[in-house]
Design a protein around this ligand. Structure first.
Ligand SMILES: Nc1ncnc2c1ncn2[C@@H]1O[C@H](COP(=O)(O)OP(=O)(O)OP(=O)(O)O)[C@@H](O)[C@H]1O
Length: 255
């Protein structure tokens, strides 16, 4: 459903993404892994339209997204979360979801005026998302009063508020405890069970190996392997790429 065809991105002389082709199938949890600096975030940024590829194209169900602006890709069904949480800290939990659903092209001031005009009412989708994200009891709290885990849940809920077909998760377990990572795994499966295809970028190997259907591995911008978690973990090129990197990268070999 989501296809990358010969995608490349150059930053000056750096080939951040180098001729990557991938097909992510409907309904799967697909992992994109690789040592630090291997091009994972750049790939997400090419899919969401934050960057324009130097060459290649991105399609969703046969529709070419490559020339579309970010908000157009959102309406086509592409949503993402960020490595660093980006919420409106001074807005409430419910308001953050409301913005995601109604206001991505509006200035915040306009959004607040409309929110108050509507008497703070929000539709059934937001109610459902609040429950799905176990944030219902926090709906009227300001986002910056949430715990770290709750902020992460709100960020995912916010991405889901645009009703995506594919959700791109950029290191959702960063900074999470083992226990949080366990909950996150359940949450990602629950997102898939809602009918949303998931592309997961993550360094926490236990999480990636435990929940993905298939994985692609990048190294220096190039795809060096693709397959089931077991196949990827056994792959000699992958093991060499990880052992050649930082200590953190050795996680794969010991997972
Ligand atoms: N905006 C940019 N300008 C110049 N170089 C960039 C830019 N973004 C990324 N790069 C370079 O492209 C390469 C790939 O970076 P990218 O952030 O995509 O890797 P990554 O796999 O997501 O890394 P990490 O796991 O550390 O987050 C790196 O060499 C990086 O320095």
């Amino acid at each position: 459903m989501l296809t990358l065809e010969n995608l490349s991105k150059l930053f000056g002389g750096v080939r951040a993404v180098d001729d990557v082709s991938l097909t992510i199938r409907e309904g799967e949890i697909f992992g994109l892994i690789g040592p630090n600096g291997s091009g994972k975030s750049t790939t997400i940024n090419l899919i969401t339209g934050l960057y324009t590829p130097t060459t290649g194209k991105v399609t969703l169900d046969g529709h070419d997204l490559t020339a579309m602006a970010q908000h157009e890709r959102t309406s086509m069904g592409v949503a993402r979360t960020f490595q660093n949480i980006r919420l409106f800290g001074n807005l409430t939990v419910a308001q953050n979801l409301w913005v995601a659903q109604n206001g991505h092209e509006q200035r915040r001031a306009h959004f607040l005026a409309r929110w108050f005009k509507a008497g703070g009412e929000h539709g059934p989708d937001i109610e459902e998302l609040l429950r799905f994200s176990q944030l219902h009891s926090k709906r009227d709290l300001q986002a910056n009063a949430l715990s770290f885990g709750e902020m992460r849940r709100l960020e995912m809920a916010r991405a889901l508020a645009s009703n995506p077909r594919v959700l791109l998760l950029d290191e959702p377990a960063a900074g999470a405890s083992q226990e949080d990572a366990q909950l996150l795994a359940e949450r990602i499966r629950a997102v898939r069970d809602r009918g949303v295809t998931v592309l997961l970028i993550e360094h926490m190997m236990e999480l990636v190996m435990g929940i993905t259907d298939r994985i692609a591995v990048l190294n220096f911008g190039r795809k060096i392997a693709e397959g089931s978690p077991a196949e990827v973990q056994m792959n000699e090129d992958v093991r060499a790429a990880y052992l050649g990197g930082s200590h953190k990268n050795e996680e794969l070999v010991h997972a």
